[in-house]
Design a binder for this molecule. Structure first.
Ligand code: P4A
Length: 443
C-alpha cells in the first residue's frame, strides 16, 4: 500500500502535484468595495502576496474541471492548445511561490509575467469557439455533451473574466501604463451609466448605419429612486441639479453588455422594418436606480423572437457557426465573430452579482434587462468552484422524464438556420473602442 503511494507520487510531475495542491483551495471572491479599498491602500507587495496564491488557485480550479468534459472534446486540437496555455501560465506563476516578497526586482518581474500571461490568453475565447467547431465537424453532438459544454464554458469564461480582472488591477496599479485619473485600476468609482449607454449606442449605430444605411433613434429615461432618500433641501422654484446615475463598476464590462444589446436591437429593428419607408421605431432605455438594484431596460420593436428560440441565443454550441466563406467580400455581412456576444455579456453581468435577461414578445419586440448591484459591498465576484457538486453536474443526464412531452427538448432541435443570425461587425468593435478611448484621452 505504502509503496504504491510512493510510486504514484514519483510518477506525478511536480506541476501535477502543485495543480492538485492549488485546486483544493476555493477561490477567494472579492467585492467591488474590496477591489476599490485594496486599490487605494494596498502596496505592490500586498497585491503580489495575494495574487501569487490566488491566481494559481483560480487557474488550478478550472484546469481540473477540463477533465470532466467529454473525452472527444478534450482531443480537439484547439482545446488542447488552450489547455497548454493554461499549463504554461500556471508554471510561470509557480516561479514566485517561494520568492522573497519585498524585493523590487521580483515585483517587477511578477508584473511583467502577468502582462505576458494576459497577452498569451487574449485569443482564448476564439480558440475555444474553434474547438467547438472542430467537435461539431468530427462528432455527432448529443444533448448531454451540449449541456456539459454549456455548463463548462459558462464557468470557464467566468473564471477567465475573473483572472483578467485581477491581472488588470495589478498591472494598472503597479505597472508602467499610466492610470486613468479617478479610476482605481479598471474600476470607475463614479461610473456614469448614461454616458456608457450613449457611447455604446453611438458605436453600435455607426456599424448599423454602415451596414444597413439606417438606424433607430434612442430615447433614454432615468428614474432615481435614491433621490427620495437623500436629504437635500429643495428650495421651491429652484432647479435642483440632478446627479447623474452612477455606480462603482468596470466601465468596459458595462460597455460590452450594452454594445451587444444595442447591436442586436438595431439589427432586429432594421430587418423587421426593411420593407417600408416608415420611420424606424426608436430604441427605448429606462435606467432605474433602486436601493438594491440598478436596472437598465432596453426595449425595441424589432419583431421579437419566439419563446422557444430564446435559449438558443445564449447557447455556445448553437452560436458557433462556421465563418461564411464569402466573408470579406463587399456584399457579405460583416465578419460575424463567433456569436458569443450574449452569453459572454450575461457572464459580465453575473460576475458582480448582476444579471442579463431577455424577454420577447414575438410579433412585436424584445426587452433586454441588465441588473447591477447598486451597492459595491454587495457586488462580489461570482466564481466557479471545482468540487463534488460541480463534478456531479457533468455526470447528470439532462433529460429527466417526469413531464409529458411530445418533443424531447426544444433546445436541441434546430428550428432556424444559423445563417439567419447574421451579426453586426464584432471585428470592428475593437477599433471603435480604441478610437473612442483616443477621443476620450484627447478631450
Ligand atoms: N428579434 N429580436 C431579436 C432578434 C430578432 C433580439 C435577434 C430576430 C436575433 C439574433 C440576433 C440579433 C437579433 C432583439 C434584442 C436582443 C436580442 C435579440 O437583445 O431585438 O443576433 C444574434
Amino acid at each position: 500500500m505504502k509503496l504504491n503511494r510512493v510510486l504514484l507520487r514519483q510518477l506525478k510531475t511536480i506541476v501535477e502535484e502543485r495543480l492538485e495542491f492549488y485546486s483544493k483551495f476555493n477561490p477567494s471572491p472579492l467585492s467591488m468595495q474590496q477591489f476599490t479599498d485594496f486599490g487605494r491602500n494596498a502596496s505592490n507587495t500586498d497585491s503580489f502576496l495575494f495574487l501569487r496564491k490566488e491566481l494559481p488557485v483560480r487557474l488550478a480550479n478550472i484546469m481540473k474541471e477540463f477533465h470532466l468534459l467529454p473525452e472527444n472534446l478534450l482531443h480537439m486540437p484547439s482545446v488542447c492548445a488552450v489547455r497548454e496555455l493554461y499549463k504554461q501560465s500556471f508554471v510561470d506563476l509557480l516561479e514566485y511561490e517561494k520568492s522573497k516578497a519585498g524585493d523590487s526586482q521580483t515585483l517587477d518581474k511578477f508584473t511583467e509575467a502577468l502582462v505576458r500571461i494576459r497577452n498569451r490568453h487574449s485569443d482564448v475565447v476564439m480558440t475555444m469557439a474553434r474547438g467547438m467547431l472542430e467537435l461539431k465537424e468530427a462528432h455527432q453532438v448529443n444533448a448531454n455533451t451540449e449541456a456539459n459544454v454549456q455548463y463548462f464554458l459558462d464557468r470557464f469564461y467566468m473564471n477567465r473574466i475573473s483572472i483578467r480582472m485581477l491581472i488588470n488591477q495589478h498591472t494598472i496599479l503597479f505597472g508602467e501604463i499610466p492610470d486613468v485619473p479617478n479610476h482605481i485600476g479598471c474600476i470607475d468609482p463614479h461610473c456614469d451609466v448614461v454616458r456608457v449607454i450613449e457611447d455604446a449606442y453611438s458605436n453600435a449605430r455607426f456599424l448599423c448605419d454602415q451596414y444597413y444605411l439606417a438606424s433607430p433613434e434612442l430615447k433614454i429615461r432615468c428614474h432615481n429612486e435614491w433621490e427620495k432618500f437623500t436629504f437635500t433641501v429643495k428650495e421651491p422654484g429652484k432647479e435642483v441639479e440632478k446627479q447623474p446615475i452612477s455606480v462603482v463598476y468596470v466601465p468596459s464590462h458595462l460597455y460590452h453588455m450594452l454594445f451587444e444589446l444595442f447591436k442586436n436591437s438595431m439589427r432586429a429593428v432594421v430587418e423587421h422594418h426593411d420593407d417600408t419607408s416608415e420611420d424606424l421605431p426608436p430604441l427605448e432605455v429606462l435606467l432605474v436606480m433602486g436601493q438594491e438594484d440598478l436596472t437598465v431596460k432596453l426595449s425595441d420593436q424589432g419583431g421579437g423572437i419566439p419563446r422557444s428560440q430564446m435559449d438558443l441565443l445564449f447557447n455556445y454550441m448553437y452560436s458557433t457557426a462556421p465563418q461564411p466563406t464569402t466573408s470579406g467580400g463587399l456584399d457579405s455581412p460583416p465578419l460575424a465573430g463567433y456569436g458569443y456576444g450574449l452569453p459572454l455579456s450575461r457572464l459580465y453581468a453575473r460576475y458582480f452579482q448582476g444579471d442579463l435577461m431577455l424577454t420577447s414578445m414575438e410579433g412585436y419586440g424584445t426587452d433586454a434587462m441588465i441588473y447591477l448591484k447598486a451597492l459595491s459591498s454587495e457586488a462580489a465576484e461570482l466564481l466557479p468552484v471545482y468540487n463534488k457538486t460541480c463534478q456531479r453536474q457533468y455526470s447528470t443526464p439532462v433529460q429527466t422524464h417526469d413531464w409529458s412531452s411530445q418533443m424531447h427538448s426544444a433546445m436541441f432541435i434546430r428550428p432556424f438556420s444559423t445563417n439567419s443570425l447574421k451579426q453586426l461587425h464584432v471585428a470592428q468593435s475593437k477599433s471603435l473602442m480604441a478610437s473612442a478611448a483616443k477621443r476620450e484621452a484627447a478631450a
